[in-house]
Design a protein around this ligand. Structure first.
Ligand code: GLU
Length: 288
């Protein structure tokens, strides 16, 4: 077994809340119990929504909570930079590899066109209702875009193997299976705004940073299926997976920015101690 390397990867679009505390606390604990190395990676590719003050606050709040990490933007390390928006060259290299191998294609269609094509095809979504399947008749002919040397101002999508079921073992949720073309469709790997999309960036960086186990919220279980296709396309060994339960409010909704009063810093300002938070975060915990 290679030495355990885990990571916490916050996106600085708001203050961290109890849900983040559970996920990142769990990542920290699993890494600590394995005697491993924890990496902090700032996922700030969505430049329209990310803010430097939230990036600072996230580190402060997690340190207040009692976490520390051995590699990260503030402590450095052998796999720097640990800020995703500074990793564009590496992401572009992976874009190139996927393009050269014929896995991805440029996709000029606007959101509107995609929605119209979905309606015309009357395509019901059998899988996750949050997942909008990209209509396969909007795929260009194979080979389109392969002579491009830069991604340019267009979205690029990964052509999924329709009908293939992607299975994996999750450390908490057991065996999961998602079928390409039904539960998820051709997904964006490069965005027209010039940045890698989430799935490409996360796979490229987890691989580069030698992550052996990914711990994150169970809202990303389906994303794992997409990411496994990227690992395979790149001939890379995937890490192990552990998806944590989400913290929900009394109406069963997962926590989001609207729950500002449940941010870690709001609770700290009410004199909560980090140890109180740890006690309130076991799996069955629900709020209200
Ligand atoms: N940056 C993502 C988030 O804050 C997590 C991505 C991941 O862990 O793969 O939700």
């Amino acid at each position: 077994m290679p030495d355990y390397r885990g990571r916490i990867a916050p996106t600085p679009t708001g203050y961290l809340h109890l849900g983040h505390a559970r996920t990142f606390g769990c990542a920290f604990e699993r890494c600590r119990l394995a005697g491993g190395t924890l990496i902090y990676r700032l996922e700030d590719l969505d430049q329209a929504r990310c803010r430097p003050e939230y990036a600072m606050a996230a580190m402060e709040d997690l340190r207040w909570f009692g976490l520390d990490w051995q590699e990260g933007p503030d402590v450095g390390g052998p796999h720097a930079p640990y800020i995703q928006s500074q990793r564009g060259d590496w992401h572009r290299a992976i874009w190139r590899r996927l393009k050269d191998r014929g896995w991805i294609y440029p996709s000029h269609h606007s959101r509107k066109e995609v929605a119209a094509a979905r309606q015309a095809a009357n395509a019901p979504n059998e899988g996750d209702p949050a997942e909008e399947l990209f209509p396969t008749d909007l795929r260009p002919t194979p080979g389109t875009g392969q002579n491009r040397t830069e991604p340019g101002e267009v979205n690029w999508r990964f052509r999924v193997p329709d009908g293939e079921t992607i299975r994996f073992e999750d450390g908490r949720c057991g065996t999961r299976a998602y079928t390409a073309g039904r539960d998820f469709g051709d997904f964006i790997v490069w965005r027209r705004d010039g940045f890698a999309a989430y799935d490409l960036a996360v796979v490229a960086d987890d691989h580069a940073m030698h992550i052996t186990e990914v711990v994150r919220g169970e809202d990303l279980l389906l994303a794992t299926a997409r990411q496994l296709l990227l690992y395979r396309a790149l001939d890379w060994e995937p890490p192990a997976w552990y998806h944590t339960a989400l913290v929900r409010d009394h109406e069963g909704r997962r926590l989001a920015k609207r729950h500002a009063d449940l941010s870690i810093r709001a609770l700290a300002s009410l004199n909560w101690k980090a140890s109180d938070l740890w006690h309130h975060l076991p799996e069955g915990f629900s709020l209200g």
